[in-house]
Design a protein around this ligand. Structure first.
Ligand code: E4P
Length: 215
């Protein structure tokens, strides 16, 4: 399973790249706003230079023509830009056009398996089911991912599933068990993946025993 980092923070992207856990990046307008980004295009270019993997940049327009225009502009920023389009009817129409031009589209804000099916039929390279936000409504977000994967397998779609809106390591575990292609993970959750209290305790004991023996 590939790891994308779900952030627009340059330092986090650099650090993740340093660990070798960087197969791509996903941004969205909220993540850009959190970093107080003014020059969006420049920021996307900077991120694209830090990874050879896909970097999702989201459109702001909500009508098909506007999304296509913005998508073309974003795609021209770097060869590894993936254009993020919302899963709406105009978004699906724009997805069809941009995908036919060879642009990788990431269909975002996906909350049901049939929405994912529509994105795949519209030629999306990626589909992003939001598991954390769905969990918050009392629905099992990862169940949706499992269903999306079954549908894609049934029909041989090549659209890749990016498990998004990840809140904790269990989402990553279930994504891997389900065979999701990609998980886009906030940096804090990447840290949590490495952490285990028994690892810390075991290390302390090893070092204390070593010291006793050598002291
Ligand atoms: C995915 O590409 C999105 O950026 C992201 O995972 C949104 O998740 P959130 O629910 O943490 O905002």
């Amino acid at each position: 399973m590939r790891f994308f980092i779900d952030t627009a923070r340059i330092e986090e992207i650099r650090e993740a790249a340093g660990y070798g856990f960087l197969d791509g990046v996903t941004t969205n307008p909220s993540l850009m706003a959190r970093e107080k980004v003014r020059d969006t295009d420049g920021h996307i270019r900077e991120i694209c230079a830090l990874t050879s993997g896909p970097v999702s940049a989201e459109v702001i327009a909500t009508d098909c023509d506007g999304m296509v225009k913005e998508g073309r502009r974003l795609a021209a920023l770097a060869p590894n830009v993936a254009v993020k389009l919302p899963l709406t009817m105009p978004g699906l129409a724009a997805c069809r056009i941009l995908s036919a031009e060879g642009t990788a589209v990431n269909a975002t804000l996906v909350f049901s398996p049939v929405q994912a099916l529509l994105a795949a039929k519209s030629g999306a390279a990626y589909v992003s089911p939001f598991v954390g936000r769905l969990d918050e409504t009392g629905t099992d977000g990862m169940r949706m991912v499992e269903e999306v994967l079954s549908i894609f397998r049934n029909y041989g779609f090549t659209t890749e599933v990016i498990v998004a809106s990840v809140r904790h390591p269990r989402h990553v575990l279930r994504a891997a068990l389900a065979g999701a292609h990609i998980c886009t993970i906030p940096f804090a959750v990447i840290r949590q993946l490495a952490a285990h209290p028994l690892t810390d305790r075991g290390l302390e004991t090893f070092l204390a025993d070593w010291k006793k023996n050598s002291g």
